[in-house]
Design a protein around this ligand. Structure first.
Ligand code: KG4
Ligand code: ZN
Length: 339
C-alpha cells in the first residue's frame, strides 16, 4: 500500500472539525472547533447559525490541523468529507471546501457517511479489525442498529421512530434546567440521584422489533415535573427530585439501549458489538454494555472519549474506500435526510 496523507472535514452539525491521518489510520491532527457559544443562548443548534459559524471557523481549523500535523497542504494525497446526513447548509460548507481543495491539489475526493464514521471510530480506537459486528450509533441526530458485514457494508436493522437518544438527553436536560449541551450535564446530575426513584417507560423493550422511541420517556419526565395542566415555568424542582429524575431517565435510556443491542446480537448471531456516537461518552452506558458483553462473551468496541462526539478523524473510514479506489466525483451532493 503506497503511503497517503488524508485531510478530512466534518461540518454536519455544530462542530467544525478537520483531521489529518495516514493510510495506516495514524491520526496526526484532529482539531475540533466547538460552536457551543454560538448556540447556547438559543438552547439548541440553530441550522443557519451553524452554517455561518462553519464558514468562519473552517479555514482557521484547516490551518491549525496542518500546523499540528507539521505538514503543508501540498503533502495531502486525498480529501475526505462527511457529506451527510446532517444539516444541509452546514454540510454544504464542508463539502464545497473539500471539493475545492481536492480539485486544486488534483487529488481524489472521498465522500463518507457521517453515521457510518461514528462506528468506524470504534475501529480506530480498537487498533484492530472489529468487523463483522453489530453496530449501534447513538448520537444527537441518530439512534440506529446495523448489521455490519464490513466497514463498507452496513445494513440497517432498525432505529428510532421519533427522538434520537442524544436528543432525548438534550431535551430532558433542558426541562430540568441543566443547560446546553445537555448530555454531559445530565450525566453529572444523575450521579447525585437514584435510578430507581421514578419508574419511566422503556418503549419496545419487550418487543422483538429493533426500533426505539424516546418521546414518551421525555413526556413522562415532563409530567413528573409538572402534571398535565400545570405550567412548567411556575414549577420549582427541588435538588433531590431533579437528581432523581436525571438518574431515573438515564437508567431508562441505558436499559433500552442495552436490551436492543442484545436482541440485535441474538438476531444476527454476531459475537462483536461496536457502539459509536456522542451518547456512548456516557459512563453509565459504557459500564452497562461492558458488564453485559463480558457476561455473554461478546467483544465490545467503543471509541475513546474524544472520538465519541463529532470529529473529523472518524472520517478515516475514507481509507477503506481509498484502498478499493472508490472515489467521489465533483457532482457529490449533500445528503441531509435522516438515515
Ligand atoms: O455524535 P454527536 O456529537 O452528534 C451527532 O452526530 O448528533 O452526539 C451529540 C449528542 C448530544 O445529544 C449530546 O447531548 C450527547 O451526544 N452526549 C451525551 C454525553 N455526551 C454527549 N449524552 C449522554 N451522556 C453523555 N456523557
Ligand atoms: Zn455525529
Amino acid at each position: 500500500m503506497k503511503p497517503c496523507l488524508f485531510l478530512a472535514i466534518e461540518t454536519s452539525c455544530d462542530e467544525t472539525s478537520v483531521a489529518i491521518f495516514d493510510e495506516q489510520l495514524h491520526v496526526k491532527a484532529n482539531v475540533i472547533a466547538s460552536q457551543t457559544k454560538w448556540h447556547e443562548r438559543f438552547g439548541g443548534v440553530v441550522p443557519e447559525v451553524a452554517a455561518r459559524a462553519h464558514m468562519e471557523l473552517l479555514t482557521p481549523t484547516i490551518a491549525e490541523a496542518l500546523s499540528t500535523a507539521s505538514i503543508s497542504m501540498k503533502q495531502i494525497g486525498a480529501v475526505a468529507v462527511h457529506h451527510g446526513p446532517g444539516l444541509a447548509g452546514a454540510l454544504l460548507v464542508g463539502l464545497s471546501s473539500a471539493k475545492m481543495i481536492a480539485l486544486g491539489l488534483g487529488v481524489p475526493l472521498i465522500g463518507v457517511n457521517h453515521v457510518h464514521s461514528h462506528l468506524y471510530a470504534c475501529r480506530m480506537s480498537a487498533g484492530r479489525d472489529i468487523f463483522p459486528c453489530v453496530g449501534m450509533v447513538v448520537s444527537g441526530g441518530h439512534t440506529i442498529l446495523f448489521d455490519c458485514e464490513s466497514a463498507l457494508q452496513m445494513k440497517r436493522l432498525g432505529g428510532t421512530i421519533d427522538d434520537a437518544a442524544g436528543e432525548a438527553f438534550d431535551k430532558v436536560a433542558n426541562l430540568l434546567g441543566l443547560g446546553f449541551p445537555g448530555g454531559p450535564a445530565l450525566e453529572k446530575e444523575a450521579r447525585l440521584g437514584s435510578p430507581k426513584a421514578y419508574s419511566y417507560p422503556r418503549s419496545f423493550i419487550h418487543e422483538e422489533r429493533l426500533d426505539f422511541s424516546f418521546s414518551g420517556l421525555k413526556t413522562a419526565v415532563l409530567y413528573s415535573i409538572a402534571p398535565p395542566g400545570e405550567k412548567l415555568n411556575l414549577v420549582k424542582i427541588d435538588a433531590l427530585s431533579r437528581a432523581n429524575m436525571a438518574a431515573s431517565f438515564q437508567e431508562a435510556v441505558v436499559d433500552v439501549l442495552a436490551v436492543k443491542c442484545l436482541q440485535a446480537l441474538k438476531r444476527t448471531g454476531r459475537k462483536r458489538l461496536a457502539v459509536g456516537g456522542g451518547v456512548i461518552a456516557n459512563n453509565c452506558l459504557r459500564d452497562r454494555l461492558a458488564t453485559q458483553c463480558s457476561r455473554l462473551e461478546i467483544d465490545l468496541f467503543v471509541p475513546q472519549k474524544d472520538l465519541c462526539t463529532d470529529n473529523a478523524a472518524m472520517a478515516a473510514l475514507a481509507v477503506e474506500y481509498w484502498k478499493e479506489q472508490r472515489f467521489s466525483d465533483l457532482s457529490l451532493d449533500v445528503c441531509s435526510t435522516v438515515y
